[in-house]
Design a protein around this ligand. Sequence first.
Ligand SMILES: [Zn+2]
Length: 138
Amino acid sequence: MEKTYQGACHCGRVRFELTADIDHVRVCDCSICRKRGALIHRVPEDAVRLLTPLGDMTRYEWGSGTAKDYFCPACGILPFRRPSMPTREELEDGKAPFTGWAVNVRCLDGFDIFDAEERRIHRTDTDVADILPESRGL
Ligand SMILES: [Zn+2]
C-alpha cells in the first residue's frame, strides 16, 4: 500500500519525503553497496520531495560517472542516489534508462527494515552487463 514517509540523514540536515509502496528492498553486492550497506528501493522522480536542496549535499561519482551518490556533508549518511545509466550493450538490448531515485529505506521514519522482502542484486564484478538474469529490471 502506498504511504508517505519522512526521510532524513542521521543528523537531520538532509530531509525529504517519499510516497511509495515499498514491497521490497534491494540488497546489492557491487563495490560501493558492499561497503555502504544501504537498503535501496527505486521510485519514480516525482515520488521524492526534497526538503533540502541537492546543492547542500555532497555528491560522489565513480565508475562510469553516470551514477550520483548524495551524502549529508555533516554526518555522511546517504539518503538517496541516482543509479547509473545502462551500458551501451544494455541500451542495444532495449533496456530503458532509469530516471528516478534510488532511496535508502534505512533513512525513512517508520519503515521496518526487518519486515521488507529482500531482493539480491548481483553486481560483484561492477560491470552492469553482469547483472544476473533474475535481477534484471528490478
Ligand atoms: Zn546528516
